[in-house]
Ligand binder design. Sequence first.
Ligand code: SF4
Ligand code: SF4
Length: 216
Amino acid sequence: MKRILNFKDDFAKKFHGKLIPTREAKKLLQALLDSSADKSVVLFESPCRASMERPASEAEICMSAGEEFASFAARNHPENSRRISMDEAIRTLETRNAKGHVHYICIMEEDEGVFYTICNCCPGCCCAIEAGQSKMPMLIPAGYIAVVDPHKCIGCAQCMEYCPFGAMNLRDKRMRINPKRCMGCGVCTNKCRKDALSLARNKKHPEPLLAEKLKG
Ligand code: SF4
Ligand code: SF4
């Protein structure tokens, strides 16, 4: 799909997205709300999606929470944003995960690494995933790796279609994870009917971002 805007070069050097599994995205949102007077979450149109000629997903896939950032998003994007409750935010995270979207928090270097938005990106639209495919890494691995339980896996390959990073391969009737490609996003882990997939800490990657370590 052709992109109308070009997010290359300088933007990629300053912007980072730290991947997080759904369970951590929920905790991070809650932590932001707990520390803010404003208890609503703002759901708004993804700039990545808006830059596509023919977007592959629904409009509202990014969310901000907390007084400063949620208000900024609502004030500056009144046409394509809306306030939602925490319950709807949790449902949105779960729905996006079920569709194979990845969660990551946005960090800009000039903001001293402060977290302000959770993207719930569709692999067909996400600028950061696309940049990574062009050897311009913008996403920081989650700090986990997918693990297959060989006693449970029946080699149906159903999980494979959801992996946004091409890290899964079927060999000898069993799913294999490529550790060089797995970003630990966790998208695959609840797509297995046999409960054969889980996440384990990948010590070769940076530490997971945990809500209790949230800065800002
Ligand atoms: S969905 Fe589960 S059983 Fe099927 S290949 Fe993937 S891990 Fe194995
Ligand atoms: S194999 Fe790794 S990169 Fe692929 S969906 Fe699972 S956790 Fe994400």
